[in-house]
Design a binder for this molecule. Structure first.
Ligand SMILES: [Mn+2]
Length: 242
């Protein structure tokens, strides 16, 4: 079985909420590890992550321990970076055996051709501010400068603040029409290459769209734990977890 989950936002909310969210996530990992061939985390696994050459953020030990144990057992763990954790570099790969994807991927699974992406930096041509931020935040040079100049405690404090204010700015008004730019992106993309199904996170809305393209949108875990499964016969199931 292939599993997809997105926007876990580990570390978000009060310390109690963050602990409970991690407990729920790790419990789910324990449930799926007996039949998981691969797990795809489709971005924003962490509410904030920034790593230095020799320093990583405190916390997440249960999650990282579990993912590392699963990877050690031969389960493929793939983590897409999202807009909250785009600064993941080599630590999670080297220490935990997680494959890191910093860009959208086409995957061949169960005989289907899938397009998987977090969904944050797509179809933003008409949004210059977002494009500028995207370029700045993803610049290797700026990231290197930042990690030489900014003390890790300050970086993490700033990052947590930025993450929570960005979550608040996007707010509770999650409307189905917000999915339209990604639907358009998928439609255009599929005109030039055969894709059976698109999988996105980022929007924090759980939805299945069937036309003009087949798309699954994964929801966010702080609102409602959820996942998408794909079995060996090519059957998808999008579901909420208790
Ligand atoms: Mn998110």
């Amino acid at each position: 079985m292939y599993y997809f989950a997105s926007d876990i936002h580990l570390g978000s909310g009060s310390p109690e909420k963050a602990r409970e969210l991690e407990r729920r996530f790790v419990a789910w990992l324990s449930e799926i590890e007996h039949d998981a061939e691969a797990l795809f985390l489709v971005g924003d696994t962490f509410d904030f992550w920034f790593e230095y050459g020799r320093v990583v953020p405190k916390g997440f030990v249960r999650t990282l321990g579990k993912l590392a144990a699963m990877a050690d057992r031969g389960i493929r763990i793939v983590m897409f970076t999202g807009n909250h954790d785009m600064w993941v570099t080599e630590y999670l790969h080297d220490e935990c055996g997680i494959e890191i994807c910093t860009s959208p991927q086409e995957l061949e699974l169960s005989g289907l051709r899938l397009f998987v992406a977090h969904g944050d930096n797509m179809n933003i041509k008409g949004r210059p501010m977002l494009r500028l931020m995207n370029t700045v935040f993803r610049s290797r040079t700026i990231r290197a400068l930042f990690s030489w100049l900014v003390h890790p405690d300050l970086a993490v404090r700033f990052g947590r603040w930025w993450s929570s204010s960005s979550r608040k700015a996007h707010g509770e008004e999650r409307e189905i029409k917000f999915l339209e730019p990604l639907e358009e992106y998928a439609d255009t993309y599929a005109r030039n290459s055969r894709i059976d199904c698109f999988i996105f996170g980022h929007m924090h809305i759980m939805a299945e769209i069937t036309a003009p393209r087949h798309i699954y949108f994964l929801g966010d875990w702080p609102t409602q734990p959820n996942c998408l499964t794909l079995d060996s016969d090519g059957r998808f199931t999008l579901k909420t977890l208790d």
